[in-house]
Design a protein around this ligand. Structure first.
Ligand SMILES: O=C1O[C@H](COP(=O)(O)O)[C@@H](O)[C@H](O)[C@H]1O
Length: 327
């Protein structure tokens, strides 16, 4: 299946489809600081699922520093892999497991993709055994954020995902919800939120009883070197949006400037969030995310990823955690 062969829905098309069914890099703002010790409750290992020496890395972590002995902390995990290859294998297994659980429970799997390095990290899903075993026909795919450019533009997160993942797996095109690239940023964000509302009405997307926002089964996040997630950038007022499900910016510090993005209330209502962070360029932001907080006023966006229910799992490699000294 080629990318061009797959015709995906815009949000507008998604609404009619569901009716039918009726049934770089911004300059880092994180200063390089000396390696620091992790809180003692963080249990870490340096190995990988394929390590001949020791079992997989499973660390119980509390991003955000102090106060991590609560139930909330128990729902946050840090996985550290010796190599990105092992991370990719584990991420595929994790995603396939969550897909299977959601399909068994609700008959559908709702998943949101970010752009950037995440897509390459998902590559193992296009290979055996996942290619055959995953119930792709039950997937409903959204974008955490998207650049307001044509879908065939080099900056398009849709194009990135289509080329690297979606064109290689048999997800019905009508269940791939691209933004409407003919609209302004504001119009595209509004339409995407309308699309989500339609899918909530149709019973495809669940609603969190805790927050009242949509509860996707899996939110797949990357993180920029400046600690941004989706298109939620440090210091931008959009990080404080607490009403809208989907919003937009026209002044992104990382090009291209116009983007739409899920807001924090929506991100944080997900049943599962995977934060996929690799490379030494992210070490400063990871260091800050795992440091003790003096106040909540200077939080990086990545530090604002926090569910009231649900599980947050960090998938990292050794360079990304290289400033955490106790691992
Ligand atoms: O601009 C973006 O950047 C982030 C991070 O990208 P990465 O290549 O550093 O992993 C990405 O998660 C987001 O979706 C994208 O629009």
């Amino acid at each position: 299946m080629s990318a061009s062969a797959a015709v995906s829905s815009t949000c507008a098309a998604a609404s009619s489809t569901t009716s039918r069914r009726s049934s770089s890099s911004a300059a880092s703002r994180v200063q390089a600081t000396p390696r620091r010790s992790l809180p003692s409750r963080l249990v870490a290992s340096r190995t990988s699922p394929r390590s001949p020496v020791v079992p997989p890395v499973y660390a119980t972590a509390s991003p955000g520093g102090a106060g991590g002995t609560t139930a909330a902390a128990a729902r946050k995990k840090l996985l550290i892999f010796d190599a990105e290859e092992y991370l990719a294998e584990s991420l595929a297994k994790y995603t396939a497991r969550l897909s299977g659980e959601a399909v068994a429970e609700r008959g559908a799997f709702t998943v949101a993709l970010s752009g950037g390095s995440l897509i390459k990290a998902l590559r193992k899903l296009t290979e055996s055994p996942y290619l055959e075993a995953v119930e792709w026909s039950k997937w409903h795919v959204f974008w955490v954020d998207e650049r307001v450019v044509p879908k065939d533009h080099a900056d398009s997160n849709y194009k990135l995902a289509m080329d690297g993942l979606l064109s290689k797996v048999p997800i019905p095109a009508s269940q791939i919800y691209a933004i409407n690239d003919t609209l302004s940023a504001e119009g595209a964000a509004d339409e995407y939120e309308t699309c989500l509302k339609q899918l909530v009405n149709d019973g495809v997307v669940a609603i969190s009883e805790v927050t009242g926002f949509p509860k996707l089964d899996l939110m797949l996040l990357g993180m920029g070197p400046d600690g941004h997630v989706g298109s939620l950038f440090p210091g931008h007022p959009i990080v404080n949006e607490n009403q809208k499900w989907v919003s937009y910016i026209k002044d992104s510090p990382k090009p291209p400037p116009e983007r739409i993005t899920f807001t924090f209330p929506l991100v944080n209502s997900s049943a599962h969030i995977a934060l996929v962070v690799t490379g030494a360029g992210k070490a400063g932001a990871v260091h800050k995310a795992f440091s003790d907080k003096q106040s909540s006023s200077d939080l990086l966006p990545v530090e604002m990823v926090s569910q009231q229910e649900g599980v947050l799992t960090w998938f990292t490699d050794k360079p990304a955690v290289s400033m955490l000294s106790s691992i």
